[in-house]
Design a binder for this molecule. Sequence first.
Ligand SMILES: [Zn+2]
Length: 285
Amino acid sequence: MLLLSTSLFCVLYLGATPVLAQTASAQSKIVGDWCKQITPRLPKISLNDCRNSKLIPSGAKSYKGQPLMTRDFQVDPRQKKAIRVLLIGGIHGDEKTATAVVFKWLASMHKTGQQEFQWKVAPLINPDGLLASKATRVNARGVDLNRNFPTPDWDQEALQYWEQKTKSDPRRYPGKKPISEPESLWVFNTIKSFKPDVIISVHAPFGVLDLDGPAQPPTRFGRLHFNRVGVYPGSLGNYSGMHQEIPVLTIELPHALNMPNQNEIIRIWQDMQGWIRNNVARRKS
Ligand SMILES: [Zn+2]
């Protein structure tokens, strides 16, 4: 009986190993292929920077089938009620620094190991926009993902705003209905499942900070000062900040193509963490 159990265990165990190995290698191939495509489009991010960021496919894909990559970081176990932070970049595909800077922050998180906050990081929400022959703000279906979130006024206001205020600017088309796009749907679902206490969304090129929702605005991160950009029907700040009461801190880097210098990238990172520590409260779940 013992012999039988042992051999059964061996068969099961040995049988499971190649499956696991295959899954891991399939995953690393997906990440490798993704990195090979996106890094030539990004300023100051090498193929190794991308591979070393240890992102994994979230399971969701863009309209054209590009994986949406993400990474969760372990919290220092002494931080019993760590604040949960969702950090996203590149919701607009032509704002290249907004993805590249998140890669730089991923590298510094990797160096420090365990974190003060519970981070979920997704550096590129709109891969199809970044990878278009000429990078686009909108996704592959021509939708501005940052106008596609289900604010209560969406049906009445989003298309009307687009037609009247933007004169039907194709770069700001909100879509036919809210969360019609796989990329905005993933952000929407991730907010529901991860339950962040704060969302940091990186954009360019206005060179300011903005905040929607219940928190004290920061004065400055590095050289970036607080200065309201505005509230739009269907934007992430409007949806999460104003209506879900999850503060959304928008970082608008000063250039879409040229990176800030390394000191400034680190200063923004440190100031951001100080602001979270002092101004963001753990939400009741
Ligand atoms: Zn943007």
